[in-house]
Design a binder for this molecule. Structure first.
Ligand code: ADP
Ligand code: G6P
Length: 470
């Protein structure tokens, strides 16, 4: 059962337009939102409204971008450099993101950012109003667009929050906290990744929303708003099929040959301080110090995709990561062996899957993470039921992936113990853990998640004669 017309609205489109010497090209977008929603954005009756990933400054270029996006069913919202700086680099990623991930020290509370966030959310509202029919299923995504419901005259709005929702004390640090909640509460249906996020949101509403009445979330009350928690997932079968492709198997073999006689610990993330990249490196450095027997026999392979590089805290973080990688390599490298292999680039799906398939261990060290799709992708790619997942207890996925080895990302010694345990694990335990993890990841894919959402919406809007296909 699914709505007849679906309009996704998010800051980032599933594709990014890039400027090249010969004009514009289209590439896949980065990040969990684009990966997960991208796999369900296949039906002909779905459309996606969002920023195309490029600043264009004249109508002719806007037209070219529109033409590139139209066959992909994507509708662009163009932003000027000034709007982008205030709304995206500023309010979204120098206030909301750091605060929601418990890094208030990275926040820059600038009134200009708030004004830009309001203006750009209103701009998204105008594009939505111009394109989306009233009977379509209108689905807003993520923290960049929390004010958008305020600018839309659509009766049945749904919202999905991809990142962690912090405790109400932390959320309360935002001077504009009530405006954000009041706007979100214009949605009838609000979904979070985990139960913890849902409870934090309700607590924040009861404290700061203008309509803070205990009945607010009672679906049978006139204001009835449904707030639920459904963790997003991946197209697990697509990942496992990709691993079986001849070209990917060949790449996997090549990786094995390059790292012959060495074990591989893999990490994959955007360059973001919330991912615990520095903490991971410190733990790996400690492992090399305390367990010298692994020197020349183990590598940490880090695939890091550039992210938000115009935001000062990200720029600074990149500098620290570069420096720490350099220090560890200079301290421990020997002729023919380098402990940390650090690639600061986006790789394509085939290459990514080859790395997942070739690695003995996947290490996820998020200091806080809404979900973390990488952990699920690694599991989906383990076609032989081997490999060990080490997962931060601060990632939303830790609630589902209970058979991973759990770590506290600030406890370096515990991370070292987990890495050694993973590398020395008995095959029977490795297989048992991976089999259980795969059961979870294949048992509830992104399509099951979508069905759950639609089922919930269908039950709510049934009486409103919402347009649904059976
Ligand atoms: P977030 O949404 O915060 O970026 P997730 O782990 O949920 O974190 O999602 C990250 C997505 O980005 C995954 O689908 C992952 O495969 C992809 N990704 C991360 N790093 C790279 C990289 N270096 N190259 C290609 N894809 C990457
Ligand atoms: C996370 C956020 C998404 C965002 C993605 C990539 O997954 O939840 O909303 O799109 O990171 O970040 P970016 O800022 O490049 O869109």
């Amino acid at each position: 059962m699914k709505p007849e017309n679906i309009y996704i609205v998010s800051n980032r489109l599933p594709v990014t337009i890039m400027r090249t010497e010969s004009g514009f090209t289209v590439t896949q977008s980065n990040g969990g939102l684009a990966t997960a929603l991208g796999s369900v954005f296949q039906q002909q009756n779905s459309y996606w409204i969002g920023w195309p990933g490029i600043i264009v400054d004249n109508e002719e270029e806007e037209q070219l971008v529109k033409e590139l996006l139209e066959p992909l069913r994507c509708i662009p919202v163009f932003l000027s450099q000034q709007e982008f700086d205030g709304y995206y680099n500023g309010f979204s990623n120098a206030i909301l993101w750091p605060l929601f991930h418990y890094h208030p020290g990275h926040c820059i509370f600038n009134e200009e950012y708030w004004l830009a966030y309001r203006n750009v959310n209103s701009k998204f509202g105008s594009v939505v109003s111009a394109h989306v029919p009233q009977d379509a299923f209108l689905w807003i995504h993520d923290y960049q667009l929390m004010l958008l419901p305020f600018y839309i005259k659509h009766s049945n709005l749904s919202y999905f929050h991809h990142i962690h929702f912090p405790s109400q004390e932390v959320f309360g640090i935002i001077p504009w906290r009530s405006d954000l909640l009041d706007a979100l509460l214009k949605c009838r249906h609000i979904v979070f990744q985990t139960e913890k996020d849902r409870v934090n949101f309700k607590d924040a509403c009861l404290k700061y929303a203008s309509k803070a009445h205990p009945d607010l979330f009672n679906t049978h009350s006139p204001l009835g708003i449904k707030v639920s928690a459904h963790p997003i997932s991946i197209d697990a079968f697509d990942f496992s099929q990709t691993v079986q492709k001849e070209v990917v198997q060949k790449m996997t073999q090549e990786i094995h040959q390059i790292f012959a006689n060495q074990r591989i610990i893999l990490s994959v993330d955007r360059l973001d301080y919330s991912k615990g990249i520095l903490e991971r490196l410190e733990a790996f450095r400690l492992l090399l110090k305390d367990f010298p027997q692994y020197r020349e026999k183990l590598v940490l392979l880090m695939l890091v995709v550039p992210s938000r590089s115009d935001v000062p805290s990200y720029e600074e973080h990149k500098r620290k990561v570069d420096e720490l990688v350099g220090n560890i390599n200079s301290e421990y490298a020997s002729l023919g062996w380098r402990p940390v292999h650090y690639y600061y680039q986006q790789v394509n799906r085939d290459t990514l899957c080859a790395y997942y398939a070739a690695s003995d261990v996947c290490l996820v060290t998020s200091l806080r993470d809404g979900l973390n799709l990488v952990s699920k992708e690694y599991v989906a790619c383990r076609t032989n039921n081997n490999g060990v997942l080490i997962l931060s207890e601060m990632a939303g996925a830790a609630e589902e992936l209970t058979y991973a080895l759990k770590i506290h990302p600030y406890d370096f010694k515990q991370m070292v113990v987990a890495m050694v345990y993973a590398l020395e694990m008995e095959k029977s335990e490795e297989n048992a853990r991976m089999t259980a993890l795969k059961k979870k990841v294949f048992g509830y894919t992104v399509f099951d998640w979508l069905d759950t959402i639609f089922q919930e919406v269908f039950c709510m809007y049934d009486e409103l004669k919402y347009s649904f296909e059976q």
